[in-house]
Design a protein around this ligand. Sequence first.
Ligand code: LLP
Length: 410
Amino acid sequence: MELTDHAYRIQGLALTELAQKYGTPLYVYDGEKIVQQVETLKQAFSGVKLKIKYATKALSNVNILKLMKRAGTGVDAVSIEEVMLCLHVGFEPTEIMYTPNCVSFTEIQEAVGLGVMINIDNIPMLEHFGTTYGGSVPICIRLNPHILAGGNAKISVGHIDSKFGISILQLKHVHKVVEAYGLHVVGLHVHTGSDILDAEVFLKGAEILFEAAAEFSDLNFLDFGGGFKVAYKPGDISTDMKDVGFKVSQAFQDFCASYGKELEIWFEPGKFLVSECGLLLVKANVIKPTPATTFVGVDSGLNHLIRPMMYDAYHGVVNLSRLTGPERVYTIVGYICETDTIAADRKLREVQEGDLLAIKNAGAYGFSMSSNYNSRLRPAEVMLLGGMDYLIRERETFEDILRHQVDVAF
Ligand code: LLP
C-alpha cells in the first residue's frame, strides 16, 4: 500500500474506491505481491532443488490457489477438503503434500485414492498404513524435532508437548514399523512453528532432520515446513530470506553429498507468501470516548479476523480516509458481543464516523479463520492483479446464515 496521488493505493488502485465499489468489510489481496514473495523464496534457494508447497490453510480462495499454481508452487493441504480444493483448481496430485493430524485412517485412505503425497504424523497410522498398503504407496513421515521455535507459544508446534509429528525420540520404533511392513519412505518432514526469525532455528531443525534422514535409504525430499516470519509492527524484523536461503542451502548441499543423492528441499510457507499481501478494510461505525480510552468501533471483529484475540497478534491499522491532520490514540474494537480488540492504543489520523480503516497483514489466517459468529456475514474478497480488481468471493447474504439450518416443524 502506498500513498500516492492523494490516496492510499495498491497497483495504482485507490483503496477508498475499492471500498465504495464492493462495500465493507472487505478483504483485499495484492496478487502481484504474492508472486513477488514466491520469486524471493525461489531466488534464496536457487542453488538447490526447491519445491514450494504453499500452505493452503493460510488463504484458500481458489483464485489465490490458481495464482500460486501459475507462479509455480505446489501446495500443502491439511485436510481432505483442502486436497479436493487444490485438485479442483488443477494441481496435479503429485504437487500436493497432505499433512493431516489426528484424522481417521479412512481420510488417509481417501487421500491415497486421490494420489497425493501422504505425510504420516503418528505411529498408529504408520502401522495402519503398513497393514493396508505395505510398501506399495510412497510416504513421508512427519517428525517432531523438539525445538521451541518462534516467540509465540500458541503457534510453536515442534516442542516436546506438541501433538504434532512423531517424536525424534521414537525413531527406533518408526524404523521397526517401517521394516516390519516394508514401508517406502521417500520424504521426512518437520514444521516447528510460525514466526521463525532466525536461520539458526531452521539450521537446528535441519541438523536433526539430516541425522534422521541418514538412516533412511530411499529418500527423495526433505520438507522443512513453513514458519518464515513477516513484519507485523513498524520496525519488526522479518526472516532474512537471503541469509536463511544461503545457510540452509549450504547445509542441505553438504547433506546431499554425504547421502549420495541430490534430494529436493521442500518448504510450506503460508504467512511469507500471503500475510503482507492482504488488508481488511473496515468502516468506523462509532467513535466512543470513555474516561480511559477512545474506542473506534468498526463493522468487523473477531468473526473476520481472530488473530489479535487468539494469539495477541499485532496488526497495523491505517486511517485511509485522512491523509493529513492531527493524530490521536485509539483502541480499535469490533462489533461482536465479546471483547474483540483488534488493535489497542494506536496512533491514527483523527478518526471520524464513516472513515475507512485498513487492517494490515490480513492475508494469512484472516478470511480462512473467519466465522459467522453473532450471525454476521463474512466479507467479500477482492484480488488485485495487473492493476485490475477482481471480486473473488461474494459477500455473504442472510440466506447463507440460514443455509444448512433445518427449520423443523415441531
Ligand atoms: N506447514 C504446516 C505443517 C503447518 O502446520 C503450517 C501452519 C504451515 C506449514 C504454515 O506456516 P506459516 O508459514 O504460515 O507460518 N493460524 C496461525 C498460525 C498457525 C498455523 C498452523 N500451521 C496464525 O494465524 O498465526
